[in-house]
Design a protein around this ligand. Structure first.
Ligand SMILES: [Zn+2]
Length: 316
């Protein structure tokens, strides 16, 4: 334990680009007369822990939560690993060129960022991340897992043209999920839109979707219907995590409310599920009214990634 703690301390100090030489001006190592903090030169390594080269790995174990408020760097070829049961809290910026493996809990504070060409690997669940900051580094999602006919990626329920829900799924709830309902109510409370901002369509059972899809096919033809209506079992509305807000017309995007929804719904845990520039991937036309609840942290990650859910979960 001591060794890993020492490594962590060394890593924290040196990864922050701040060697002991910088802290102690009288040190022999402060040959650099610049007052600015400079990265430690590996060649200057004298064995002192705090002046070790910056290419250290960091392991956060279950019995040692770690809080890093300094800016740190994880170089290419190095890794930060949060083991199961461990917690890493980042309060500063992480310049990630290596790999960050999240098996435990990762807390990204409000002003913290994770950026760079490295990869943040979500090993088990997106619920292991509490992101209040900003992640622009690539996020590697776990493989899809099927439980009772329902597909989850890192704990995120996935339903789309490829992945479906069983016929009976959701019938026991028969409504949108309480967390989505609460998110919509909070949006309404925080804005001046009042009751116009509402779920015009929420939960939809398999049977209801079947009826609507058949209706659209009869009135509009299958080829058209499939671009805006889901096959039964393939509607996100059946999950209870989706809602159509206010009205399902394209010009909703140009309204004050539609613009606000697009810009802010992630703060309430939702995403615009079928963006205008992702039609080829989602298989659905732009639906500025259709929101999907993911929870605040995951919604922020998806929002900041600029990806649609299929791309974010790497199932496109
Ligand atoms: Zn919808």
């Amino acid at each position: 334990m001591k060794k890993s703690m020492a490594l962590i301390c060394a890593a924290v100090i040196t990864l922050a680009g701040c060697s002991e030489a910088d802290v102690t001006p009288n040190s022999e190592q402060s040959g650099n007369d610049s007052q600015f903090i400079t990265p430690t030169d590996p060649g200057d390594n004298t064995g002192d822990k705090s002046s070790e080269p910056t290419d250290e790995n960091i392991t956060v174990s279950a019995d040692e939560p770690l809080v890093i408020n300094d800016d740190i760097t994880c170089k290419e070829g190095n890794e930060i690993r949060i083991e199961k049961g461990g917690t890493l809290t980042l309060g500063g910026d992480l310049d990630l060129s290596g790999d960050l493996y999240v098996e435990g809990k990762l807390i990204i504070e409000e002003d913290a960022t994770i950026s760079g060409p490295g990869i943040l690997h979500v090993v088990n669940s997106f619920d292991d991340i509490d992101c209040k900051g900003t992640v622009t580094a690539k996020i590697d999602a776990p493989e899809p897992v099927e439980v009772d006919g329902v597909t989850y990626v890192g704990g995120v329920l996935l339903v789309n043209k490829e992945y479906s829900l069983p016929r009976e799924f959701g019938t026991d709830i028969g409504d949108i999920r309480p967390e989505l309902k609460q998110a919509i109510e909070q949006m309404r409370a925080d804005t001046g839109f009042g009751m116009t901002l509402r779920a015009s369509s929420g939960y939809r059972s398999y049977a209801t979707q079947e009826w609507w899809f058949n209706y659209y096919c009869e009135t509009d033809g299958y080829e058209n219907a499939i671009t805006y209506s889901a096959l039964p079992g393939h509607s996100e509305h059946q999950s209870g995590y989706a809602a159509d807000i206010t009205r399902t017309e394209l010009d909703y995007a140009d309204t004050e409310e539609g613009k606000w929804l697009a810009a802010n719904c992630y703060k309430y845990g939702c995403i615009i599920r079928y963006p205008a520039d992702k039609v080829d991937i989602t298989g659905y036309i732009y639906e500025p009214w259709h929101i999907r609840y993911l929870g605040k942290s995951t919604a922020k990650l998806v929002h900041d990634s600029g990806l649609c859910l299929e791309e974010f979960l790497e199932v496109d």
